[in-house]
Design a protein around this ligand. Sequence first.
Ligand SMILES: Cc1cc2nc3c(=O)[nH]c(=O)nc-3n(C[C@H](O)[C@H](O)[C@H](O)COP(=O)(O)O)c2cc1C
Length: 383
Amino acid sequence: MVVSRRGFIRVVGGGVVGAALVGGGLQGCDRMPASAVAPWAGPGSETDPRRRALSWALLAPNPHNMQPWLVDLRREGEIMLHVDRTRLLPETDPFARQIVIGHGTFLELLALAAGAEGYRCAIEYFPEGQPAPDDVTERPLARIRLQHDGTAADPLFSQIPLRRSSKEPYHQTSLQSEHAQALRGMPRSGVAQLTIATDATRAALFRSITEQAMLIELETPRTLKESIDRLRIGADAIAAQPDGIELHGPFFWWLSRLGLMTPEKAMTPGTTAYQGGIDYALGWARATPAFGWLTTAANDRLSQIEAGRAYVRLNLKATELGVAMHPVSQVLQEYPEMATLQREFLSAAGAMPGQTVQMLFRLGYCEQVPPSPRRPLDALMMS
Ligand SMILES: Cc1cc2nc3c(=O)[nH]c(=O)nc-3n(C[C@H](O)[C@H](O)[C@H](O)COP(=O)(O)O)c2cc1C
């Protein structure tokens, strides 16, 4: 993400670096490398319809931008989708629930993209057997066959290149009721139920819970380290590894050059890098006028995939409406330090015993943010 001047100045407290930045002068440096965002241009001259649809699918939202997808195209007319088990998040997502949601988002974009070229996606889930509910194996999550039937394009397809997870403080404006209604009115396929909380009292409660959850994640060394290990700081690192949590732009260029922003510093309480990370995340949480969440009755792999499919459709619809959306998953995560706050959240969210809130997200308004990096399609191929 490009860190804003406002966020940065808050982080460094207006010291030497802040003064240099306020003076300007480095606006053009440390830009996002073009290669890292090239996939947002779509399939270009690809001719295989599977590769064309996959070129859009890899733009799906996914946890920590790990892009945990592997595809096998070795059988004619077929796509096998697997979890890339080298790209899991074992500390914050110990049961790979979020990783599997990130396969639902991928499958939904795949289906939209195939549909835009007249193909229906016949998706067979778990063609080699159901995985255990809390494990991911080498067996595929889905076998997809594209059937040319002149399917009409879904208008949401055109939003794919514009969709973002908008990781910014939102304007102090309520979510317009017609926007909340349009999101609530999205056709429900699958099992995920949507709730949107727009009233000021409830939004304040969810802001407070979100802030507390962020603090638990950031102050628990092993969960913080999971994010720090996935930081890509500066354009060179992003070009070499177009995934994970990217930080670039003049502000980070300065911090890096002054030795203030290193993975070690970001892990060390009392440093600018550590405190800046906390302040920045809390800044998002505090500037949130409304929250939404998706709930499922079960928590099996299929429910998680369906939640992912529903989530990205909402994200695309929000894009069309000009509404910003951003998942804040901390309180949903299944590790012991989060358990007490999670129970408080589930009660506030009205979840019934046994139900699982699969996605929690901020809703509001902000300027369009730039696209996040993606690996090229060939990086997803199994050989
Ligand atoms: C299951 C899931 C959980 C996510 N949780 C978070 C989160 O807690 N915090 C966050 O900033 N982004 C979260 N995201 C958004 C990803 O960080 C984002 O999709 C990724 O960085 C790629 O950016 P993009 O969506 O703008 O393309 C989540 C996405 C998914 C699918």
